[in-house]
Design a protein around this ligand. Structure first.
Ligand SMILES: [Zn+2]
Length: 180
């Protein structure tokens, strides 16, 4: 059994935290996607790409945790290339940067704020999809949904996300190389 010490990195912090925020306005007649899942609703979220407010906040949390440029800098809304793009592309790039920095995702937690549709019936599907995308167990993805009481935000969806990263253990191969 490896001890905690065996997994301790030689350089850099053993854990890193990241925080992401995003908001999008509802617009009639476009599909609604939250957490990579298509939800039946009469309005969708506008903006560049597919407007997936949750994946955007997760992407920014991951990028922030490794002090990488944010989602707007990497995928500028002004670039027609990203119009209608699947936000999974953004998340995968953020994950690649996390791994390149030597970290893996430990867990994440999210709060969604929106008046409608109700997230409860879709929460398991969203958590499952997000956990697959992040490569973690579903019980490492927290998701709460709240209505925007007193915020006058009935036509918007807001997402707040925190992620915790863990330094990946140095591979045996690398350790051997270092010793010789
Ligand atoms: Zn966004």
């Amino acid at each position: 059994m490896p001890t905690t010490n065996d997994r301790r990195p030689t350089t850099g912090p053993s854990t890193r935290i990241g925080y992401g925020f995003d908001s999008h306005e509802f617009q009639p007649g476009i599909p609604l996607k939250i957490g990579g899942i298509a939800l039946a609703h009469d309005k969708g979220l506008g903006g560049h790409s597919d407007g997936d407010v949750l994946l955007h906040a997760i992407t920014d949390a991951l990028l922030g945790a490794v002090a990488a440029p944010d989602i707007g800098a990497l995928f500028p809304p002004s670039d027609p290339k990203w119009k209608g793009a699947d936000s999974v592309v953004f998340l995968r790039e953020a994950l690649k940067r996390v791994r390149d920095a030597g970290y893996g995702v430990a867990n994440m937690d999210a709060s969604l704020i929106l008046a409608a549709p109700k997230i409860g019936p879709h929460a398991v599907a969203i958590r499952t999809r997000v956990s697959q995308l992040l490569g973690v167990q579903a019980d490492c993805v927290g998701l709460k949904a709240k209505t925007p009481e007193g915020l006058s935000l009935d036509n918007a969806a807001v997402a707040h996300v925190v992620v915790l990263l863990e330094k990946l253990a140095t591979s045996k191969k690398t350790r051997k190389k270092k010793r010789s």
